[in-house]
Design a protein around this ligand. Sequence first.
Ligand code: FES
Ligand SMILES: [Fe+2]
Length: 400
Amino acid sequence: MSKTTSRHIPIRQLESVLRPIHQASGLGNEFYTDQAYFELERDQVMGKTWACVGFASDLQKNGTVNPVEFMGLPLLLMRNREGLVQVFHNVCSHRGMKLVEAPGEVQGVIRCPYHSWTYDLNGALKGTPHIGGINQHKDERFACEKHGLKPIRSAIWMDMVFVNLSGDAAPLEQMLAPLTERWTQFLGEDGMSLLRRNASGDASTLEVNCNWKLAVENYCEAYHLPWVHPALNTYSRLEDHYNIQFAEHFAGQGSYAYKLSETAGTNLPTFPSWPQDRLRNAEYVAFFPNVLLGIQADHAFAMQLQPIAPGKTIEHLRLFYVGDEAVRDDYAACRSAVLEAWRLVFQEDVASVEGMQKGRASPGYQGGAFSPEMDVPTHYFHQWGARQLLAVARSAEASE
Ligand code: FES
Ligand SMILES: [Fe+2]
């Protein structure tokens, strides 16, 4: 399907995205509504870089598994007996049954429910009952070692488990370096290592009826603040924000008026390196394609956007605090106040992103327009998307 779809990518429409912002239009409706483009994005855009598929701390104990769906692909996150997290295709090597249906701890081995083939927590095929006939559990014509689970290149950063389906993207660390360098001004050299999450909480999930890109676009701009987030806007006003866009795959916004801790009445520990005269500075940056990050002096958050269908996305939010003490019970009330405040903000965005999705059924809309000042980060994201899709279209053309 991808190949046929690649040949129909609307090249001129994508080129119009790359124009200077005052002349540009955004990505066309089909990129938000069409299943074929959704799969093309999975294989040719998301799949060629690093996409977040879950959180390592959700696999709390060694020897646990967590099946996840990534744009229709069944994947399996596993923490082996030594604590290493790896990702595999969640499919049995025998007749292709989906292997694991529910998260949990594995006693012994992973057993396929169909013919009971078993795998260890590193994906190796261990048992093949009756494969050579009744009571013949081995067969010399069949090499077990060639039929383990199929691994997927993965890496972890800030507790997020990323996969690179194509296997040939630049290392994750290299992709993230421009952001980690930018944030040393707040976190110092080792601030990230202080992040802690209370694994039994500090999490929230929200299902939204919109394409995953609309969640990114909405996150990139502060423009909607006065109308969509009236409470937030009382202390963090439009004029307190600045645009952020850099290194091709990061965009978002910063605020000079972060006061959430005061508003929520919390006194959480702060990063030791955070400049004392900038405690109200906060930054909200999307790491393309599907991660939304936020840092404040007293906590950070990461949101994984899990695209389910062209018009459906699940937002997985995880909050992180500074140092061991911050995740103890003494701070439980502070942490739930912070979580509640963010849940409200993200909930307030739902009507906007769902409204934009509905608007994309209209032939009266063909990518729209951008404010040359307020939509710079949003346009930056569109340009990133258009460049990836144009590269796909051009390589399809070249192979004809
Ligand atoms: S499909 Fe899994 S054992 Fe047959
Ligand atoms: Fe918002």
